[in-house]
Design a protein around this ligand. Sequence first.
Ligand code: RP5
Length: 193
Amino acid sequence: MTTVQDLIDRLESEAAADTDPETTPDVGIIMGSDSDLPVMEGAYEALDALGFAEQTDFGDAPDARFTYESYVVSAHRTPELMYAYAETAGARGLDVVIAGAGGKSADLPNMTASIAYPVPVIGVPVQEKSVDSVIGMPTGAPIVAVDAGKSFNAGLSAAQVLAREHDAIEERLNEYHEGLKGGVADVSADLHD
Ligand code: RP5
C-alpha cells in the first residue's frame, strides 16, 4: 500500500534529481478528493484536445512533447502532502498547476498558490459554494481562478501559460480558437436557413 509519506518521499526525490526538463510533466493537476474528478475531467479534456498527454512516470521519455500529471491531494486530510506537492512544484519542472477543490472550505487551490509561488496556480472551485474560498486571497498572495466547475477553461489557461514559451502550443490554441469561431458561424448560418 502506498502511504502519504511514500508520496512525499517521491516528490522530494524528484525535486532533488537533476532530471531533463524535457522529460518532466509541464502541468500538474491536483484535486482535493477523487469525488472532484467528474468536474476536473474538463481540464484533462482541454489539455488532451491541445495535444498534451498524461505522464505517469516522472522522468521517463513521455509519449508527447507536452504532458500533465495528476494527484489527489487534500488540504485537510493530507496537509503535509499538499505542502510537499506545492513546495516542490517548481523544482519538479511544473510550469503551472491546476488545483480543484469543493465544499465551503476549498483551501487546496489557495494554499497551493501561496506555497508554490511563483509557480502560477489556476484554481477551480468544484462547486458554486467553493468560489469564495478559492478566490478570496489577501493582497500579495495571488491566485488565478476560473468559475465554478469550469475546469475546461483551467486547462486552456494552463496551455496559455505554456504558449508564451512554446510556439507549438500557441499554434494549437489558435487552431482551437479558429474552431470555436467556425462553430459560432455555423450555428449562426443555420439560424438563417
Ligand atoms: C473537498 O471536500 C474536496 O475537494 C471535495 O470537493 C470535498 C468532499 O470530499 P469527499 O468527502 O467527497 O472526499 O476538500
